[in-house]
Design a protein around this ligand. Structure first.
Ligand code: GLN
Length: 231
C-alpha cells in the first residue's frame, strides 16, 4: 500500500494445500510448510520485497479464497487450465507436470488410462486428475480431500488406482520405499503449474512474472529445482 511507511513490510498471503509433496507439505519436526512451491514463493516474495505468509487450506478452497481476497496468491501445484483462467489470473508456467496412474505393485492388469475403464479410481477433489478420471468410461471415481488420503485408499484396497500428478506420484512411491505401489502409463497430457492471483490483480501477476524471470536469470530457480528434484 502506497500510504504505508518505508519500514512497513508488505505481506503476501499465500494459500496452499500442504498435502502435495514434494511441492508443499508440512515438515514433521519443524511443522513448517516446505517443498518446491514453498521455496519458490518465498524466493519470489523476497525478490519483490514481500514477507510471505502461508495459509494451509483445502485445494478446492484456494480459488474461492482468491475471489474473496482472504489470500493474495496460490502456490499449490495448480495446473493452468482454460476453466480456471475464467476465474483467476495465472503467472507464466513455472513447472511442467502431467497426470499418471498409481496402482499396487502386484497389479498387472492396469497399464494405461484405457485399462481404467470400469475401475475404481481415487482422486483429489477439484483437481485436473479428478476431471480426467470422470471422463473414463464406467469408472467409479471417489474423491478425497487430499492426495495422501487417495493413496491411503489405494493401500487399503478400496480402489484400483489413483490418478494424480506425476511428480507427486513418483515422490510418494520413492518415500514409501516402492514396495506397495508403482506408477504406470505415459502422462495423460502435458500440464503446467502457475501461481494464481485474483482476476483483477493483474499488477501482482506482473510482479510475480518479473520476479520469476529474475530468479531464472540469477540461478535461484535452478537451485530450488535441484534441491527438490535433483539434476
Ligand atoms: N495439478 C493438479 C491440479 O491443478 C493437482 C494440484 C494439487 O492437488 N495440488 O488440479
Amino acid at each position: 500500500c502506497s500510504k504505508e511507511g518505508a519500514s512497513t513490510v508488505k505481506v503476501l498471503k499465500v494459500g496452499t494445500d500442504a498435502g502435495f509433496a514434494p511441492f508443499e507439505f508440512q515438515d514433521e519436526k519443524s511443522k513448517e510448510y516446505v517443498g518446491f512451491d514453498m521455496d519458490l514463493i518465498k524466493a519470489l516474495g523476497k525478490q519483490m520485497g514481500y514477507e510471505v505468509q502461508i495459509q494451509n487450506m483445502n485445494f478446492d478452497g484456494l480459488i474461492p479464497g482468491l475471489e474473496v481476497n482472504s489470500i493474495d496468491a496460490v502456490a499449490s501445484g495448480m495446473t493452468i487450465t482454460e476453466a480456471r483462467k475464467q476465474k483467476v489470473n495465472f503467472t507464466k508456467p513455472y513447472y511442467q507436470a502431467g497426470l499418471t496412474i498409481v496402482v499396487k505393485n502386484d497389479n498387472n492388469a492396469i497399464k494405461n488410462f484405457k485399462d481404467l475403464e470400469g475401475k475404481k479410481i481415487a482422486v483429489q477433489i477439484g483437481t485436473t486428475g479428478a476431471a480426467e478420471a470422470k471422463k473414463i468410461k464406467d469408472a467409479q471415481v471417489r474423491e478425497f480431500n487430499n492426495a495422501p488420503e487417495a493413496f491411503m485408499e489405494l493401500k487399503a484396497g478400496g480402489v484400483d488406482a489413483v490418478v494424480n500428478d506425476k511428480p507427486v506420484n513418483e515422490y510418494y512411491i520413492a518415500q514409501s520405499g516402492s514396495k506397495d505401489a508403482k506408477t504406470v502409463g505415459e502422462p495423460l497430457q502435458a500440464e503446467e503449474y502457475g501461481i494464481a492471483v485474483a482476476k483483477k490483480n493483474t499488477e501482482l501477476a506482473g510482479k510475480l512474472d518479473k520476479a520469476l524471470d529474475e530468479l531464472k536469470k540469477n540461478g535461484e530457480y535452478e537451485k530450488i529445482y535441484v534441491k527438490w528434484f535433483g539434476k
